[in-house]
Design a binder for this molecule. Structure first.
Ligand code: ZN
Length: 380
């Protein structure tokens, strides 16, 4: 089974979007009421409240909270689950001694989503519009692509982003009929100056708008910082920044969808580094990781490959950029050096060399293939 998600833009009427906003507000209040309940229970009785303790009280809470009672019961349960997850993550971080941020109160303008079960609180009506418990009428959906016919609809997340509304369906698709296909293999590496480089010598340039978008982002952030807290001007500046961020994220997603689609169509095996993107993003390589674009590309590749019969191999990332793909010798380079130059005579683009090493590692551990075939290809 493959888990996939399908996101669609919603076009609620003005009246509907007012109610949707009220609904998120009610869920936010519930979250903020359930949080201190846990803290108090622990402080007074050293009792750790769990999800079931809190959800068993939900009925009583809804009996006195008219506003909350008007919205989906199961969606309200999901709010308590969300808090439960926040605590679970906090305790997990405590154990691993990572920086353990305690679950926080949520601000209404940041509480941007609610989770539903499809068919319970959120339904797709015959009219192909969306029905949401507590929201009048049916909400218009832009079905820009069909949900897979064989799909089993599980959860759906309603969300608000920069003033727009979306619904995201979590879909389980059977993968029984996908077979591993034959074809070429490729290694890909995050480029330093390019988005990615492949072992076939292809480099995909970072789209030119990224620099411009980053500059604009900084400008909008500075503008926001200059505004007085709580002022109308600040709210406007905040909205401008949010709209810009959402727009950039869309552009990036579009580029990465196309790139991953093209790679999956052309290759039967795709080798990449098994990288800890979080760690990478915090290091000095942050710029080169293109604001998490790499992690997103990997996710896109993984799910597209799964349904196309392409194999994605993750290899040991150690020293890939410091190894010669032709002779295997270590060739130290600083981040500034753009070219791989080895005493053995191998000269190539730094990122392409690394991509080739990645492919070789995948082939060394893959079925029936050795290093030789690819080093011959490199020498040719
Ligand atoms: Zn060499």
């Amino acid at each position: 089974m493959i888990q996939r998600s399908y996101t669609y833009r919603l076009y609620p009427s003005n009246a509907q979007s007012v109610v949707l906003t009220e609904m998120l507000g009610a869920f936010c209040d519930l979250y903020n009421a359930a949080l201190p309940q846990r803290i108090e229970a622990y402080r007074r009785q050293h009792k750790t409240l769990g999800y079931f303790d809190q959800s068993s009280e939900l009925k009583a809470v809804r009996a006195v909270d008219e506003r909350l009672a008007g919205f989906s019961y199961s969606a309200a349960q999901q709010v308590l689950r969300r808090l439960d997850k926040a605590f679970a993550a906090f305790f997990r971080r405590l154990k691993t001694k990572a920086k353990a941020g305690f679950p926080r109160f949520q601000a209404k303008h940041r509480f941007d989503s609610a989770a539903f079960r499809v068919g319970d609180g959120l339904t797709i009506r015959k009219s192909k519009r969306l029905g949401i418990t507590g929201v009048p009428g049916e909400i218009k959906v832009k079905w820009h692509r069909d949900l897979p016919a064989s799909a089993k609809l599980g959860a759906a997340v309603l969300s608000r982003s920069a003033g727009k509304w979306f619904v995201c369906f979590q879909v389980t698709v059977p993968d029984g009929d996908v077979q591993q296909r034959d074809g070429a293999s490729v290694g890909i590496d995050v480029g330093l100056s390019s988005l990615i480089a492949t072992s076939d010598g292809e480099t995909v340039a970072t789209p030119p708008w990224t620099t411009h978008a980053a500059k604009k982002q900084r400008r909008l952030q500075r503008a926001l910082a200059r505004c007085k807290r709580g002022s109308k001007r600040r709210l406007k500046a905040k909205q401008r920044l949010a709209r810009h961020s959402a727009h950039t994220a869309n552009q990036r997603r579009d580029v990465l969808h196309k790139l991953s689609r093209s790679l999956v169509e052309r290759y039967a095996v795709i080798a990449l580094e098994d990288l800890d993107v979080d760690r990478l993003a915090r290091s000095m390589l942050a710029k080169a990781v293109h604001n998490a674009a790499w992690g997103q590309l990997r996710r896109f590749l993984a799910y597209k490959a799964a349904s196309a019969g392409t194999r994605v191999e993750a290899v040991d990332p150690r020293g890939t950029s410091q190894t010669c793909p032709a002779c295997g010798a270590g060739v130290a380079k600083t981040l500034a050096e753009r070219t791989h130059t080895c005493p053995c005579g191998c000269v190539m683009d730094r990122d392409v060399a690394a991509a080739t090493v990645i492919l070789q590692r995948a082939q060394a551990m893959g079925p029936g293939t050795g290093l030789r075939s690819s080093s011959q290809r490199v020498a040719a």
